[in-house]
Design a protein around this ligand. Structure first.
Ligand SMILES: [Zn+2]
Length: 448
């Protein structure tokens, strides 16, 4: 077992199945030792050459279409943009369905856009489309992968709310009808956001969360989980930047089960223990510091970094040190150390890698790795799709004589990649998602 493989969770090590014992294998009984089938040494933690994976998870607060487009052109494309040369990173955003915030401030100085016109699927709490067309396009092409709750329901008076179950029902119906399904949910805002869920039982503060509470007028997870939500960030802070895994099983108040996940939200606490959030563009330099990124890569960890990238009202949106921090992140990816992936892809990869079941057989000098299932302890054991196993990489003596199979059928060779030794072993893997640096930005008349 290689050093890297030994670092994997025991569940992964235990599934090597029939060991590559050459002395018992027909191919090894022959007269040429060169015909011996390659040994498989378990999973590489991340697709070659990367040592770690990071996602930017940005909440839709104060978003306008103008700011959204500006930020995504800079982060996702390789164009010359007003912020700087595009970074070409895989980054997906979040969205609101409704806006009902009663605070008074300007979210975009360009056009003096009031908070009540921040980007959301519907106008206010109506059923009239507002940002729906743009949000639809972005969900389809991968610039949005997260539902930041049903809407911005934050109120000045946190004892009141404008959320109702009916709004969730209407949202689910509309999103489904338009094919706008995402599987990541992040909680939002203050205690008026009673549709939040996932942290009841973690303390008195979280009693405001009623989204998963049967009998409550704000109960909706009986609609929301069947809609397609699989991963939930339940409004929990963390100052841990790098984790071996960011997901954890989460049982909701109604008994439904989803994956919870951690986001890095702060570095420090006040002397009295209050969280000092660093999840605005002003905190990006601290979040994506060189020590953080180096530690993440040394750990071989995952990081999901909570942000509000459209959180400032300024024409250029991102301050200089935030731009520099994102450029630093891009350099880490370009160097082959850190894979930057949209949140949904990171979470799926995390679950698949940690719960992959496979066995290894040998015949005529070749080794066959049969991927059997993802033994998902939360959502159930299942045979993965090809997209689900993208990035899965195995150490082997000889990639050219190793065959990757889904069950007992070879995986399309166009999807299989061979890698040289990274200092531990050579490897063979299923291709990660192709880079998409296309400019998907659209303008919609009447939408700020
Ligand atoms: Zn928010």
């Amino acid at each position: 077992m290689g050093a890297a493989a030994a670092a994997l969770p025991s569940a992964v090590r235990a599934v090597e199945g029939p060991r590559a014992d050459r002395s018992l294998h027909p191919a090894a009984v022959g007269w040429q030792s060169t015909s011996a089938a390659p040994m498989v040494y378990g999973l590489r933690r991340f697709p070659y050459p990367y040592r770690a994976m990071l996602a930017l998870s940005s909440d839709a607060d104060s978003q306008t279409l103008r700011k959204f487009n500006l930020v995504h052109r800079f982060i996702n494309t390789k164009e010359a943009t007003p912020i700087g040369k595009g970074l070409g990173l895989d980054y997906a955003d979040s969205f609101f369905v409704y806006t009902a915030n009663d605070q008074r401030h300007i979210v975009d100085e360009v056009g003096r856009v009031p908070l009540q016109r921040e980007l959301s699927y519907f106008l206010g709490t109506s059923q009239s489309p507002y940002g729906a067309k743009a949000i639809h396009v972005y969900i389809q092409n991968g610039w949005i992968d997260t539902l930041h709750t049903y809407g911005d329901f934050s109120q000045v008076d946190q004892h009141t709310t404008r959320f109702r179950r009916q709004l969730a029902a209407q949202a689910v119906a509309a999103l489904k009808a338009n094919g706008d399904v995402v599987d990541v949910w992040t909680d939002h805002g203050n205690r008026s956001n009673v549709d939040n869920f996932g942290a009841r039982g973690r303390g008195q503060f979280y009693a405001y969360q009623q989204g998963d509470l049967p009998g409550s007028p704000y109960y909706h997870t009986d609609l929301t989980i069947p809609y397609g939500i699989r991963f939930v960030w339940p409004d929990i802070s963390s100052n841990v930047f790098s984790r071996p895994s960011v997901v954890f099983p989460l049982r909701l108040a109604d008994g439904r089960r989803v994956w919870g996940f951690w986001r890095y939200t702060n570095e420090r606490y006040t002397p009295r223990g209050a969280v000092v959030w660093n999840w605005t563009p002003y905190g990006l330099d601290e979040q994506l510091s060189e020590p953080h990124l180096a530690r993440l890569e040394a750990d071989g960890g995952f990081a999901v970094v909570a942000q509000h990238l459209c959180g400032t009202p300024y024409p250029g949106v991102l301050p200089k040190d935030a731009v520099a921090a994102l450029e630093r992140l891009a350099r880490h990816e370009q160097s082959g150390r850190l894979l930057v992936a949209r949140t949904s892809r990171l979470l799926h990869y995390n679950v698949t890698r940690d719960h992959l079941r496979y066995d290894v057989t040998h015949a005529f000098g070749r080794t066959y790795i049969h991927i059997r299932a993802v033994d998902d302890p939360v959502l159930g054991r299942h045979v993965p799709t090809l997209d689900e196993v993208r990035g899965i990489t195995f150490y082997t003596d000889n990639p050219r004589r190793t065959v990757l199979e889904l069950g007992d059928r070879p995986i399309d060779p166009a999807m299989v990649v061979h890698y040289p030794s990274d200092g531990v072993h050579p490897s063979i893997g299923i291709r990660w998602y192709p880079k998409d640096t296309a400019d998907h930005a659209i303008d919609v008349p009447g939408v700020s």
